[in-house]
Design a protein around this ligand. Sequence first.
Ligand SMILES: [Mn+2]
Length: 191
Amino acid sequence: MKVLLPDADIEYIEGLYSVEEATKLFTVLQQSLDWRHDDIRMFGKIMKVPRLQAWYSDNELTYRYSNMTLASKPWTATLATLKKRISDYCQHDFNAVLANLYRDQRDSVSWHSDDEAELGNMPIIASLSLGAARDFQLKHIDNKEKLTLSLSTGSLLIMRGDTQRYWQHCVPKRAKEIEARINLTFRKIIV
Ligand SMILES: [Mn+2]
């Protein structure tokens, strides 16, 4: 389904993978990816990123944000299979994935746009969710219009066009207990 927002092109596909498939994928990825707990510089202070991360891509591609560089690792078999399926679905040749593991309700990602220079002008970002559902919020950078989506296991969220230019997104911390969630955000790095 299209998410109808101005200055955005967002599609949400519930159940791209069945709950059963998504549960298996969650377990495999949680156990096999090389999860890191990085430091981030925020407002001049060094702190821990409030989630675990892993970066896989085609050769030689590195990913930088907030003064942090994630070295490239070659695709695992599972990630390569997922990349193929999602690239086919989106008709777009993804060459990298940033994986995030939100261990519980205290993990989060703060407001940002996926607007790094290496993603080019109108990046296509495809985000696969596995495990517990988490709220995903969008906020227009000018008029502050806000929308909250709950991203369920096996779902795919695709952001295209001007979405990163006019909208920020976040996954907020919550007070109520939430189990772990993995999200794989497929990207295309333009070197
Ligand atoms: Mn993002």
